[in-house]
Write a protein that binds this ligand. Structure first.
Ligand code: CP3
Length: 348
């Protein structure tokens, strides 16, 4: 029997919709924090396949999620290209900012394959663990591999970490377009290598996280979000025609319809700000929607959570829909609220 998420990404409206949550493997789970405490740091966890497999499986076992999302990070690609990466406790990622031609030329696309070997081993182990669960009658879950979209990855590489405005990035994209495009070309090539290797190792669907796509002007959005995503999707489709791709152009707003049509993704993840039925009207009917519960509603729990989830279910009933959040789950979330949410969806 084909897995629910793969049916939905094939254009089928499955009821009740399958469910998983962005960042479902993470700090809101005590069992994640226990594994994390055994490691020297976040990157150590990402590059130790047995532990990365364990934390990938935790939310699948605890809540019966319909997907396992590979435990890794979108910043593994810059790291694999040779940019230093550290995660300071409680502060997020820190990278030495890349702003010059010399720095961009030094990024090593050919080195990606060797650097990502431990992540690929995690993919193989997770797929084996999922197959075993299925054989033992414990349920099916789809293994989703992922990468950041080139624009969002470029944001962190150029800015050197998180930012509210990404002013250096937007200034470079407008003011030094050749330099910016040189960097984008390297990221696009690295992303194709990285995602292809994940499929060959056992990923059944892929997701491209474009967390910062919404900060671009429409012209640059067309070029660096739609254009870059379309190129990656076309290349992967040629190599792996059966592996569906979900795009997450966060805060794309009025550009959502054009993104859905021109990138050829099979699924569009919508953020918390998107009104589900309006988003649905902007997206061709055969393309699946994923989303879009406010992560803070899950923090709140109770009747407020139930009402928000019910309105999304109703708005997207009859459409191919994968229930999810509109952004990643927050570390302060009570796991019991997640349990109640998943039960509500499964009993809808
Ligand atoms: O459960 C999962 O979703 C799987 C793994 C995953 C992580 N990050 C693990 C992680 C995925 C899919 C991501 C995506 C990611 N990473 C995005 C795109 C989605 C989004 O949230 O917008 C972005 C922008 C990043 C970059 C990143 N990684 C930041 C800004 C931070 C620091 C902030 C934070 O949430 O801690 C990270 C660290 C990170 N990535 C953690 C986890 C579980 C926490 C680190 C820890 O455990 O110490």
């Amino acid at each position: 029997m084909t897995k629910k998420i793969l049916r939905v990404l094939n254009g089928e409206a499955v009821w009740p919709p399958p469910v998983w949550l962005m960042r479902q493997a993470g700090r809101f789970l005590p069992e994640y924090r226990a594994v994390r405490a055994q490691t020297k740091g976040f990157m150590d966890l990402c590059t130790t396949p047995e532990l990365a497999c364990e934390v990938t499986m935790q939310p699948v076992r605890r809540f019966g999620m319909d997907a396992a999302i590979l435990f890794s990070d979108i910043l593994v690609l810059p790291w694999a290209l040779g940019q230093d990466l550290t995660f300071a406790e409680g502060e997020g990622p820190i990278l030495p900012p890349i702003r010059t031609r010399e720095q961009i030329e030094a990024l090593d696309v050919a080195g990606v394959r060797a650097a990502i070997a431990p992540v690929l081993e995690t993919v193989r182990q997770v797929r084996a663990a999922l197959n075993k669960r299925e054989e033992e009658g414990e349920g099916q879950a789809t293994l989703i591999g992922f990468a950041g979209s080139p624009f969002t990855v470029a944001c962190y590489m150029i800015e050197g970490g998180g930012s509210k405005e990404f002013a250096h990035v937007r200034a470079m994209a407008h003011g030094e377009p050749e330099l910016f495009e040189l960097l984008m070309e390297k990221i696009i090539a690295g992303t194709i290598t990285y995602l292809s290797a994940q499929v060959l190792s056992g990923a059944e669907a892929l997701m491209l996280f474009d967390s910062w796509s919404g900060i671009l002007s429409p012209n640059l959005f067309r070029k660096h979000v739609i254009g870059a995503t379309a190129r990656i999707v076309a290349k992967l489709r040629e190599r792996f025609p059966k592996t569906p791709i979900i795009g997450f152009p966060r805060l794309a707003g009025l550009m959502l319809g054009e993104y859905a049509e021109k990138t050829s993704v099979q699924g569009v993840a919508i953020d918390t700000s998107a009104e589900p039925s309006i988003a649905a009207s902007m997206i061709p009917a055969h393309i699946a929607l994923q989303g879009n519960l406010d992560p803070l509603a899950v923090v709140a729990g109770g009747a407020a959570l139930e009402a928000e989830a019910a309105s999304i279910l109703n708005a997207l009933k009859g459409r191919p829909h994968i229930f999810n959040l509109g952004h990643g789950i927050l570390p302060q979330t009570n796991p019991d609220h997640v349990k109640a949410l998943v039960e509500q969806i499964k009993n809808a």
